[in-house]
Design a protein around this ligand. Structure first.
Ligand SMILES: Cc1cc2nc3c(=O)[nH]c(=O)nc-3n(C[C@H](O)[C@H](O)[C@H](O)COP(=O)(O)OP(=O)(O)OC[C@H]3O[C@@H](n4cnc5c(N)ncnc54)[C@H](O)[C@@H]3O)c2cc1C
Length: 509
C-alpha cells in the first residue's frame, strides 16, 4: 500500500538518485503495520534515527515514519551540504590570503560552482548510506514513508494504516521561518531546502537574517564569487554570541567583501525585469537593493501543524511541542526530541535528546533530565565561534558570581605560525574557584576546541585539571591550558608572592 508521492530532487543526477535510493527508495512499498509497537518514531532526521536504532537494538518493536527523505535536515538540507560547500569556500579564503604566506598565484583562482555543488551532492549521497531505509529494515525497524497524523492518544495513521503504540516520539524537526514581508512569497526566495539544489550561481544574493545559518552561507557564497548582502534587523550579527566574539566574525565577513546591513527594517520585496528588489529602511532612510536571489535564514519554525496533535492530547505552542524536563509531552505516552521541542536546534542536541527519550520512554526507574546536559555549539564561519555553558550576562541573570579569564590568540605560538591570530579563548569560572561555568572560543577551528571544555564541564573537571593536562606544542588548544595558568596565578596571594620572591632572591645569591 503506497499512497504517498516519493520526493524528487534537483538536479536529477546519479548522485541525487543515490541519495533517494537510500533515503526514500522510489519503489518503496510500506510494510503492513504490526498489531502494536513498543515505540513509534515520527520523522527520520537526526533525533529519530538514534531513537529508532536504539529502540530496535534493545529488542523493542519499532516503527519509523518519514514523509520526505531519511536523514532529515542535517543530511539533506542542513549541516552536511552547508559544511561541504563551506570547505570549498575555505579553500578560496586561503587562496585569497596566499600572498601572506609567501605563495604567489599566477592568476586569480576560478570557482567552478557546478563542481562545488556536485562535490556536495557526492558527500551527501555517500553519507546517506548510514541513514538508509535498508539499514533500518535490516535492524528490524518497520519503515513507513508518508505523513504521520495522530488519530487518538495511542494511535497514528500513515499511508492509510493505523499504527498503535505504547510509546511514541515526535521528532519532526523544523523549517525556515516565514517572515511577513509584503511581496516576499510572491517574488520567490530560497531557503535551506532549495539553496543546495542550485545549479547556477546567483551573481547577487541577499541573505535575510545574520544568525549562524545566514552568516555561514553569506561567507560561503561571497567567497565562491557571489556578491552577498546580509540584512539583519538587530544591531549585531550572531546576536546570541558575545559582542567581542561576533565582532571578530563580522570583521572577517566585511574583509571578504560582504555588504552588511545591520539594524535594517525590510519594508517590501518585489520582482522587476528578472531581478528582485528589496526595499528597506536604515537609520530613518529608505533604500532599494537589487539582487538575483534572496535566501531566508531568519530563524526556524517547528513542524507541528500536520500531526493532529490535538487528537493525541499533546500541547504545543508556536515554539514547538511542550515537554517537561524528561522530554515527555502532555500525553504521558508521547515524548518529543530535536528541533520540534528544544530551543537548542542542533544535530548533536537532537541526538542527545533522542537518547534521553529512549531511556525515559522504554525503561522504568529514575528519568533522565534534559537540563543535566552540557550543550556546546559552533558556528562554522571563518573564524569559527564555539560556545558552551553560560555567557557572562546569563550568569549575572542567574545570580552566579564569576571570574573571567581570556587568552587572546596573538599570544598563541601556533596561531602566530598559522597567521590566524584573530580570536580568543574566554572562560568563566565560579568566583574564587576553578569550576568552569561557560566558555567562548573564537578560532579557525573553534568547533573542535570546545569539546575539551565541554568534557571538563560534563565531568566536573575544573581549570586545575586542564592546566595539569599536557597539551601538545604548538597547538591552539594550548590556549585553553593557558587559561588555567591565568587562574593559577590568581591563587597566589600577595603574601605568598612576596615570600616566594624573597625565597628565589635568596636562592640566587
Ligand atoms: C543550513 C543549516 C545548517 C545547519 N548546520 C548545523 C551544524 O553545522 N551543526 C548542527 O549541529 N546543526 C546544524 N543545523 C541544525 C540541524 O540540521 C538540526 O538541528 C537537526 O537536523 C534537527 O534534527 P531533528 O531530528 O530534530 O529534525 P530533522 O533532521 O529536520 O528531521 C525531522 C524529519 O521529520 C520529518 N517529518 C516532519 N513532519 C513529519 C510528519 N508529519 N510525518 C512524518 N515525517 C515528518 C521531516 O521530513 C524530517 O525528515 C543546521 C540546519 C540548517 C538548516
Amino acid at each position: 500500500m503506497n499512497e504517498h508521492t516519493p520526493p524528487t530532487l534537483h538536479p536529477a543526477d546519479e548522485l541525487n538518485a543515490q541519495l533517494l535510493a537510500n533515503g526514500h527508495p522510489p519503489q518503496w512499498v510500506n510494510p503492513t503495520a504490526a498489531d502494536g509497537y513498543n515505540l513509534v518514531v515520527i520523522g527520520g532526521g537526526s533525533a529519530e534515527l538514534v531513537a529508532a536504532v536504539g529502540g530496535a537494538g534493545l529488542g523493542a518493536r519499532v516503527a519509523l515514519i518519514e514523509r520526505d527523505i531519511l536523514g532529515g535536515d542535517c543530511l539533506n538540507t542542513g549541516c552536511v551540504p552547508s559544511k561541504t560547500i563551506i570547505r570549498s569556500a575555505r579553500v578560496m579564503g586561503e587562496m585569497a590570503r596566499a600572498e601572506r604566506y609567501g605563495i604567489h598565484l599566477e592568476s586569480a583562482p576560478q570557482v567552478d560552482f557546478t563542481a562545488v555543488m556536485r562535490r556536495m551532492r557526492r558527500v551527501r549521497a555517500d553519507l546517506s548510506q548510514t541513514d538508509s531505509a535498508a539499514r533500518f529494515t535490516d535492524m528490524g525497524v518497520d519503515v513507513f514513508f508518508g505523513s504521520a497524523q495522530f488519530s487518538d492518544r495511542n494511535c497514528l495513521q500513515v499511508d492509510g494504516q493505523d499504527l498503535r503504540f505504547t510509546k511514541a516520539v515526535i521528532a519532526t524537526g523544523s523549517r525556515a521561518m516565514k517572515i511577513p514581508i509584503p511581496g516576499l512569497e510572491e517574488t520567490g526566495h530560497l531557503t535551506n531546502e532549495t539553496v543546495f539544489q542550485l545549479t547556477e550561481q546567483p551573481r547577487r544574493l541577499a541573505i535575510i537574517g545574520a544568525g549562524p545559518i545566514g552568516c555561514e552561507l553569506a561567507q560561503t557564497f561571497q567567497r565562491l564569487g557571489t556578491q552577498v548582502t546580509l540584512l539583519e534587523m538587530m544591531p549585531q550579527i550572531l546576536i546570541r554570541e558575545d559582542k567581542d566574539a561576533a565582532q571578530i566574525v563580522a570583521d572577517s565577513l566585511l574583509r571578504d567583501g560582504i555588504d552588511m546591513l545591520l539594524g535594517v527594517k525590510i519594508q517590501k520585496v518585489r520582482a522587476a525585469q528578472g531581478v528582485k528588489c528589496i526595499l528597506y529602511e536604515k537609520d530613518g532612510e529608505n533604500h532599494e537593493l537589487e539582487v538575483d536571489e534572496i535566501l531566508l535564514g531568519a530563524g526556524r519554525t517547528p513542524n507541528v501543524e500536520s500531526l493532529n496533535l490535538e487528537a493525541a492530547g499533546v500541547e504545543f505552542t508556536r515554539k514547538g511541542v511542550v515537554v517537561d524536563d524528561t522530554l515527555r509531552t502532555t500525553n504521558p505516552d508521547i515524548y518529543a526530541a530535536g528541533d520540534v521541542a528544544i530551543k537548542y536546534q542542533f544535530t548533536h542536541t537532537a541526538d542527545a535528546s533522542a537518547r534521553i527519550v529512549l531511556q525515559n520512554a522504554l525503561f522504568p526507574g529514575p528519568k533522565k533530565k534534559f537540563s543535566d546536559l552540557v550543550i556546546p555549539w559552533a558556528t562554522y564561519t571563518d573564524p569559527e565561534i564555539a560556545h558552551v555553558g553560560l555567557y557572562a550576562h546569563e550568569a549575572e541573570e542567574k545570580g552566579i558570581e564569576i571570574d573571567t579569564y581570556t587568552v587572546h590568540l596573538d599570544e598563541s605560538d601556533r596561531a602566530l605560525a598559522d597567521g590566524e591570530t584573530e580570536g580568543f579563548v574566554k572562560m568563566h569560572t565560579q568566583k574564587g574557584s576553578d569550576k568552569i561555568v561557560g566558555a567562548t572560543i573564537v578560532a579557525s577551528h573553534a568547533g573542535e576546541l570546545i569539546s575539551e571544555v565541554t568534557l571538563a564541564m560534563t565531568h566536573n573537571l575544573g581549570l586545575g585539571a586542564i592546566v595539569n593536562t599536557i597539551h601538545p606544542y604548538p597547538t591552539v588548544a594550548g590556549s585553553i591550558r593557558r587559561v588555567g595558568d591565568l587562574y593559577n596565578r590568581t591563587r597566589l596571594s600577595p603574601t605568598v608572592e612576596k615570600v616566594l620572591s624573597i625565597w628565589f632572591g635568596w636562592r640566587r645569591t
